[in-house]
Write a protein that binds this ligand. Structure first.
Ligand SMILES: C[S@@+](CC[C@H](N)C(=O)[O-])C[C@H]1O[C@@H](n2cnc3c(N)ncnc32)[C@H](O)[C@@H]1O
Length: 351
């Protein structure tokens, strides 16, 4: 009889083996069907499954009732997601959260629920026309919806609020990275141009007690924002159109994920307004995923295609493209500060 220690332990009922090495055709098949995964995560987020599991595992029948879903359909969805480490089947037809599924909870501090809701809906339908964009160079969103994405959100405020929430989801990790990498001391008044719901400025002001901040965005975006009383009036909100004017006299203007939404001509109109409004010696901080050369993986290379699809002329840019764009706006690129996340700070001053 073999010694006890050489006997392999019995397999746990739902233990996962390591991922098998994929052949090139399996690998491409998996990548080509990535849209299935987008929809699976989107549907789980839309139904709020993770919120229903926040207090512990549940049977699929209980979940289906709580989420308004068909039990068999939901079981198949969760079994598929569990094979990707999103949810776990702990016993037959009982599911629990995993670290990835936790991020689909609405109340998780790093929640990506709104982001998952966003990318599976009008963004997804825009991407269905990527072929049109690549053939014509035009934005697929306008091709499908007959208007720009920002006009569409104005007309569909419920989806517009999911977009605003998704921008917050997308930003959270980047904000921590930005604070770790960039020194805001010395600035007295920071305007976040297109600052959405003000998440970034709230964090920066909390870290720099001397700083005042203004969130500038479209009126319908800033109107519902509740200002945290602990910032003691240091944060203000201003609605407007950055093509027409931006708040004047500040010593720093930050644009996070704004420049990448627009083609060069539109960027020059926005930067022109900032150039006209900035106090002497002020700086402009463009926060974007700056595209490195070469074939290495970099999230900005895919985000760039999202800009091709969703916007009209928007793109991620290389360091030299930023230098030339800023120069045309009368600004001089001083340095590019990398952060621990994919975004960098492109810092410029008036020429
Ligand atoms: C991609 S989001 C970025 C939001 C935020 N800066 C962030 O990084 O999460 C673009 C923002 O630009 C705002 N925006 C679009 N057109 C605008 C305009 N004409 N004037 C002011 N803000 C505008 C949108 O409302 C939206 O909040």
């Amino acid at each position: 009889m073999a010694p006890a220690e050489s006997t392999p332990p019995p397999a746990e009922p739902n233990a996962r083996s390591g991922p098998p090495a994929l052949s090139p055709s399996d690998q491409l098949m998996q990548l080509a069907s990535g849209a299935w995964v987008t929809q699976m995560i989107h549907v789980a987020a839309e139904l709020g499954v993770a919120d229903q599991l926040a207090s512990g595992e549940r049977s699929v029948e209980e979940l289906a009732q709580a989420c308004g879903a068909d039990a068999d359909g939901l079981f198949r969805l969760l079994r598929g997601l569990a094979s990707l480490d999103i949810f776990e089947e702990t016993a037959p037809r009982r599911f629990a959260l995993t670290p990835l599924a936790e991020l689909l909870r609405s109340d998780h501090p790093q929640s990506l629920r709104q982001f998952a809701r966003l990318v599976g809906d009008e963004h997804y339908l825009g991407w269905a026309d990527l072929l049109h964009s690549v053939r014509s160079g035009e934005g697929a969103f306008r091709h499908r919806y007959g208007m720009s994405v920002f006009e569409w959100y104005q007309q569909n405020p419920r989806r517009g609020s999911i977009f605003a929430g998704a921008m917050g989801d997308h930003s959270r990790a980047q904000i921590e990275a930005l604070l770790a990498a960039y020194d805001f001391s010395g600035i007295t008044h920071l305007v976040d141009v297109g600052g959405g719901q003000g998440l970034l400025l709230q964090k920066v002001l909390a870290a720099y007690p001397e700083l005042r901040g203004t969130v500038f965005d479209q009126p319908q975006v800033v109107a519902p924002v509740a200002l945290p009383p602990e910032l003691g009036g240091r944060l203000t909100l201003q609605g407007g159109d950055f093509f027409a004017a931006v708040p004047a006299g500040a010593d720093a203007y930050l644009l996070k994920h704004i420049i990448h939404d627009w083609g060069d001509d539109a960027c020059l109109r926005i930067l022109g307004q900032i150039r006209a409004a900035m106090a002497p010696g002020a700086r402009v901080l463009v926060v974007e995923q700056v595209i490195p050369p070469g074939n290495d993986p970099f999230p900005g290379k895919l985000l760039d295609l999202n800009m091709l699809v969703m916007t009209e002329g928007g793109r991620e840019r290389t360091p030299s493209e930023y230098a030339s764009l800023l120069a045309k706006a009368g600004l001089s690129l001083q340095r590019i500060v990398p952060t621990p996340s994919p975004v960098s700070v492109v810092e410029a001053v008036a020429v």
